[in-house]
Design a protein around this ligand. Structure first.
Ligand code: ADP
Ligand code: MG
Length: 264
């Protein structure tokens, strides 16, 4: 467990894109692992009912007694929901399939957009001395994602290096703007990271050029390459940084972590 003698507010980053399969979960797990490896204290919050981030970090369904569902909808204390992972410095609040009904249950809740923010505004959290909270969002702009955006300091957007990659981005930016107006005026865009990049592929290079033209400095310099070791790691229930520390994927996520840390 992290040093509990210190108190500070972590930086909360929502990793989001309403498209599925773009590398949100992979980025959450491996950016989290890389930050932890670099000495940062990290909590990964799994907010996707599929629970892939939980599985990918070795928290199988049988080990998820309490989950982010309980945190949001059953007032479970934050510390009871957290679990350690095989990486020191990396904690996880796992998700279960219960979350798939949360979106509907939340609609009738007066505080529906603020439940996660409230759950994180507790002294126990400060005592954990975390540097970062990374939220793995579901592939939709539903109330779970809105909860993540309301609770977050910033948004990190994985963009798959494929055709139509930029298409969904305007909808996401619109949602960010709405959340700013309604609930979280200081919400920033942390950056856009290109994932599954293949430098030999014209299309990857074209998507990168388009993204840098349109979004400028918002696009991280670090690009995550398509790397088979990255896609194999979850079936061994570990981040690629543990599964194959010297792979191109591991190195890229370390670079991304350093670039993120430098931004402060
Ligand atoms: P999302 O959370 O946005 O739905 P995932 O992170 O689950 O996306 O990634 C979708 C699929 O792509 C997964 O099978 C994952 O293993 C694979 N994948 C993600 N990033 C890479 C990469 N850099 N290289 C190879 N495969 C990747
Ligand atoms: Mg996912």
């Amino acid at each position: 467990m992290p040093d509990t003698s210190q108190t500070k507010s972590p930086k909360v980053i929502a990793i989001t894109n309403q498209k599925g399969g773009v590398g949100k979960t992979t980025t959450t797990i491996n950016l989290g692992a890389a930050l932890a490896e670099q000495g940062k204290s990290v909590l990964l919050l799994d907010l996707d009912p599929q629970g892939n981030a939980s599985t990918g970090l070795g928290v199988g369904a049988e080990k998820r007694d309490l989950s982010t569902y309980d945190l949001l909808l059953d007032e479970a204390p934050l510390l009871d929901v957290l679990q350690e992972t095989d990486l020191s410095n990396l904690l996880i609040a796992p998700a279960t399939t219960d979350l798939s009904s949360a979106d509907i249950e939340l609609v009738s809740n007066e505080k529906r957009s603020h439940l996660l923010k409230d759950a994180l505004q507790v002294p126990e959290l400060l005592a954990l001395g975390l540097d970062y909270i990374l939220i793995d969002c579901p592939p939709s702009l539903n109330l779970l994602t809105v909860n993540a955006l309301v609770a977050a300091d910033s948004v990190l957007i994985p963009l798959q290096s494929e055709f139509f990659a930029l298409e969904g981005l305007s909808q996401l930016m619109l949602t960010v703007r709405e959340v700013r107006q309604a609930a979280n005026a200081d919400l920033r865009i942390e950056g856009v990271v290109l994932t599954m990049y293949d430098a030999r592929n014209n299309l990857s290079r074209q998507v990168e050029a388009d993204a840098r033209d349109n979004l400028g400095a918002l696009v991280f310099e670090t690009v995550i390459p398509r790397n088979v070791r990255v896609s194999e790691a979850p079936s061994f229930a570990m981040p690629v940084l543990m599964y194959d520390p010297n792979s191109k994927g591991s190195q890229a996520y370390r670079d991304l972590a350093r670039e993120l840390s430098k931004k402060a």
